[in-house]
Design a protein around this ligand. Sequence first.
Ligand code: AMP
Ligand code: MG
Length: 422
Amino acid sequence: MADKKIKYDPSCMDDYDPSSMDAQIAQQHILHSINSITETEVVPIREALHRVVAEDIRSTINVPSHTNSAMDGYAIKSSDIPSKETKQFKLIGTAWAGRPFRNNVDDNECVRIMTGAVMPANTDTVVMQEHVQVNDNLITIDNKQQANQNVRQAGEDIAEGDLVFTPGKFLNPSDIGLIASLGIGEIKVIRKLRAAFFSTGDELVSIGTPLEVGQIYDSNRYTLWSMLTRIGVEINDLGVVRDTPEAVEAAFLEASENADIVITSGGVSVGDADFVKETLEKLGEVNFWKVAMKPGRPLAFGKIKDAYFFGLPGNPVSVMVTFYIFVQAAIEKMMGHEPKQRIQIKATSKSELRKRPGRVEYQRGTYELDEHGEYTVSKTGEQGSGILRSMSDANCFIYLPMESNGIGIGDKVEIWPFDSFV
Ligand code: AMP
Ligand code: MG
């Protein structure tokens, strides 16, 4: 995949490294290498939420199918709108939503009509019930009415034959409703992506086992499970893999067997046994990068068999940041839609943020609107890349660019709300 391989260099753990890779270049390289999957499946529309459309979806009907009332009121002919101040109309019946009024309406006659009811023959205008005077079956209407008011025309939402969605459309709740409004119950979508992942580390213990000295619970598999599940990816969780060449090789082979994407955490930084790199080079084509970012500097990316491979750092915050910045954009491209534009907002910092130039930083913060309608942001405590609490308490990243050498209280910063990552 990569035309130039970046050598695995132990200096990657130095705090500032001028030879490290720009995060944006790394992201572009990754996106450039990724091909979208093309296999499709037909699913009921309830299963099509957050999936990508794989066929032209055209309407076979008009929506709405009949011209109908947008208000509760009285249906009249527009030619009957009074020319003088007021006029009395004879009430001849009621049109309900789903129960049309089937008789003709003559001059000086009106029909009580409910929202959504089909307009009776000859009528084209609805007078809101708040704007009439009712006296038994005599209805007084004034001359302030406009022809065709309060009426929804047949086909005004979608006309028969209209192209509603084309391949590549990512379906949100309103899209599912729109497809349902056409009477379409099943559609063709890109099949689900399959991800396999595991954690590496001799110190890791799964939930349910008491901790011994030096051991920690594996949290990365749970954050990965959560981040993948909410974007609709099918999951194969291979558990914790020990730091031995045999275990790592077996896990990579199993993971790449049936997956579109293999994700690991840990084992890509200096200090990790070199066999991870050797194993990966034996099985596929993988680059080890030191990216000029914090958290998340060491990153491996490449291919094992037919699966794209992401080796994320082990630290829990680094896993989340590299997932959001690199993996999720890649998954979106694999699923056939372009990476979504992340929302970026300027906010006034209420915290002092320490930083050195030479890398971008994704600090974690909480933003809110102040009493003047301006966004402010505060950092969430200690920002170490192992401190998951800093993510858990946060509702945004505070993005500090390469050249920034820190932020003072009152300075403007760029924030990336987490909402835009869903
Ligand atoms: P590594 O990248 O393997 O050197 O790991 C960096 C740090 O992240 C170490 O402190 C690890 O103990 C920790 N770590 C690695 N994997 C996990 C995991 N799955 N869950 C929680 N912490 C982890
Ligand atoms: Mg490790």
